[in-house]
Unconditional design. Structure first.
Length: 498
């Protein structure tokens, strides 16, 4: 079993090995010496450094109070999620799964061994509560690949206590800087070890050059969505809130980009990848749409006066939702572990590394990207006009749903063009998002009404009252009418920036 905690820490270095007096930091009343511990950690990565390149660290460590396997996933500057598994000779399956999207079929090898003497201090407030743990680490690094190599250094780590205020670290840093201590240039010990034992001088992976051509801009957006899928993979496996939705959005952004920019990327190559992205979005969506519907109906029930609740509506809703569930976390994990998903990731790598560029990709971005965005905007305008001309009913609902999908595509096309086109593209993306949200609410109302009809049929067949479902149905009709009434005003903003 693996445990997770949020780690917020900062690393420092100085020209001497001591620790400045920290009793002057606001809030610190006592600095407690916790003694010296000896740590021995072996770090693992693929031969080509895929984990390190993505900011992940995987180690097996003995010594201290948390001996075992640790996987650290980047969250933001100085913030990582640390997954801990008990000490074992081989990498636990739970951690191997969390790095599978990065490692793929490459072996995870020991790359660096770090042995540290850690001199610990606890910073306590007036009530004896832990504010932060400060460690002075004397590190000896040994490279385990190639021709080897060794390095040694001393660094200071300040880790915020669980639930602490990150602003406290600013106060500690101010005191450290005043004493001549400076932030570390390396984000992690293993990164520093690899750099200082690198026979080529520690050059890291090259960053992509700044976008210049239309192709550069589109590929930068594609690359960002590919990275989002990879970064969200561990979160989806851990059932982190909103992670499934965010991964679905990344797949949609990629598919939309392929369709919006056929003059830049050859659709003969991107269409098969888009089809697999659609499959992945479908797998991620199993149960997601059902959960949204159930939550919407449950929230509506919470708003109803007790007098309007007739029959076992809540238990009926739970039974209906459970019966319609088509997946499980185990099923989704099997999808992420399966060959089809891993082959999709490889296909995305190939597309980014050897993009199927068309002639327009080499042109200046402003004209090419603006033309593609205007084309999507014109199609959206036509769909909105068509929907508004239809009488209320099924045909209009379908047309508004199609307009919603086109608004989403227009938004994503504009997002990709923002670095090249600036404020106009940003304004269009923002306005298209507003239309997408409004029409999304309308579509949710359509789907909720279908669900309420189904619930009412089941209730009627069981001899239960259908009154409450009718009340909710009427409310959803009014919700849809409000969305349609707001559309001209919201659409006017999109038309104005298109």
């Amino acid at each position: 079993m693996a445990d997770k905690k949020r780690e917020i820490e900062r690393k420092y270095e100085s020209d001497y090995s001591g620790l400045p007096d920290l009793t002057g930091v606001a809030g610190v009343v006592t600095v407690v010496d916790r003694g010296v511990v000896h740590l021995d950690a072996t770090y693992y990565d693929t031969a080509d450094g895929r984990l390190g390149g993505a900011g992940l660290t995987l180690r097996r460590r003995t010594g201290g109070t948390d001996a075992g396997w640790h996987l650290k996933l980047p969250v933001g500057p100085g913030v990582r999620d640390e997954i801990h598994a008990p000490l074992s000779r081989t990498l636990p399956h739970a951690l191997a799964a969390l790095v599978r999207s990065r490692a793929r079929d490459a072996a995870l090898l020991p790359v660096v061994r770090l042995r540290s003497e850690r001199d610990l201090r606890h910073l306590l407030d007036g009530d004896g509560r832990l504010l932060a743990e400060v460690a002075v680490d004397a590190v000896r690094a040994e490279r385990l690949t190639g021709d080897g190599g060794e390095a040694q250094w001393t660094e200071i780590e300040v880790e915020l206590a669980d639930g602490g205020d990150p602003a406290f670290l600013d106060r500690v840093e101010k005191r450290l800087r005043a004493a001549g201590v400076r932030p570390s240039a390396a984000a992690s010990k293993v990164g520093r070890a690899l750099a200082e034992t690198d026979p080529d001088g520690g050059r890291g992976p090259e960053r992509p050059p700044a976008p210049v051509t239309a192709g550069d801009h589109v590929l930068a957006y594609v690359r960002a969505q590919r990275e989002a899928i990879l970064a969200l993979d561990p979160a989806v496996r851990q059932d982190t809130p909103d992670s499934v939705h965010r991964m679905r959005v990344a797949t949609r952004r990629l598919r939309s980009t392929f369709r919006s920019y056929p003059a830049v990327l050859d659709r003969a190559v991107t269409d098969p990848v888009a089809a697999e992205l659609k499959w992945l979005a479908g797998e991620l969506g199993v149960d997601r749409d059902q959960e949204v519907l159930t939550d919407r109906i449950a929230a509506a029930l919470d708003e109803l006066p007790r007098a309007l609740l007739a029959g076992p509506v809540r238990s009926r809703l739970r039974a209906w939702s459970h019966a319609r569930r088509g997946g499980s976390r185990r099923r989704l994990t099997a999808v992420l572990d399966g060959p089809r998903y891993l082959e999709l990731l490889v296909a995305l790598d190939r597309l980014v590394d050897g993009p199927p560029l068309r002639p327009a990709a080499a042109k200046k971005p402003a004209k090419v990207l603006a033309k593609a965005v205007r084309k999507d905007h014109r199609k959206l305008s036509a769909l909105v006009a068509e929907a508004r001309e239809l009488p209320p009913g099924h045909a209009r609902d379908v047309a508004l749903h199609e307009a919603r999908k086109k608004a989403k595509r227009t938004r994503y096309a504009a997002e990709a063009a923002v670095p090249a086109l600036g404020a106009p593209a940003k304004a269009l993306a923002r306005s298209a998002k507003a239309v997408q949200s409004l029409l999304g609410d309308h579509q949710d109302s359509v789907m909720t009404r279908e669900a309420l009809r189904d619930l009412a049929r089941q209730a009627h067949a069981a001899g239960e009252s259908t009154f409450t479902y009718g009340v909710l149905y009427g409310r959803e009709e009014r919700n849809a009418e409000r969305s349609e009434a707001e559309l001209p005003q919201v659409w006017g903003k999109v038309r104005g920036v298109g």
